[in-house]
Design a protein around this ligand. Sequence first.
Ligand SMILES: [Zn+2]
Length: 242
Amino acid sequence: MPNQTPKQKNALPKATTGPKVSVGKPKHKKIAKTSIVVLRAGAVPKRVRPQRQVRSLVTPQMLAQLEALDKQIGVMDPGRDTADEDDTDYRQAIGGRPGQFSNTFTQTYGSATFQGGQFSIACAEPGCIRGGTILMTAKWVEVRNTTPPVPPRKPPVCHDVPWAALEVELAERERLAGKRFTDYFNKSVCWYQPNLRAGHAECNGMGVKTNAQTAPQFKKAAGAIIDTVMADFSTQNLPIWA
Ligand SMILES: [Zn+2]
């Protein structure tokens, strides 16, 4: 670095035997012949500081990787950004719950049998209060003869381990790790397919209202689901932490 005013003026130069290199010291400055600088052959401070470079934190390589990752996720879940409009009422009851995947309903209700213009599938909620079978139209709208009538909509996708319990466990793990899960990871935990089941809206509503206070009884099961999804993400090289 030419003309670099040495901040290392007071630092003892390292003894080197290299050729003398000008470091741009003021030429008029007198240096005693007995100076330590002179006495040491070639004792010239070589600590030339590299020019500070402000680099972008996101390199083109990283951008390319993120783009590839996004495509990969898009292939896995083409409708990941679409809003869940099928169980609006239920969703409102649980604020902050991630929206379903585009295929969550189909995966949960896909085994229903179609006969006489209607789909039917067993209600998997414990203590079903509506006869054990969910009847749906050809458009998967639940057939409900209730008084007063309710707006037609698809039956809800019910959880075995409730979202409230998963949410509490996710938050606890974030606290321990000191970092946040990605939205995609939270969503994948929330809609982990083996934890989902078919159920009447009423039966789902009749279930225990799990909240942060009652969630601990599901802690072990919630942890097992999170562990499974985490292992799955690692295998597929998907982003677990934001
Ligand atoms: Zn039921």
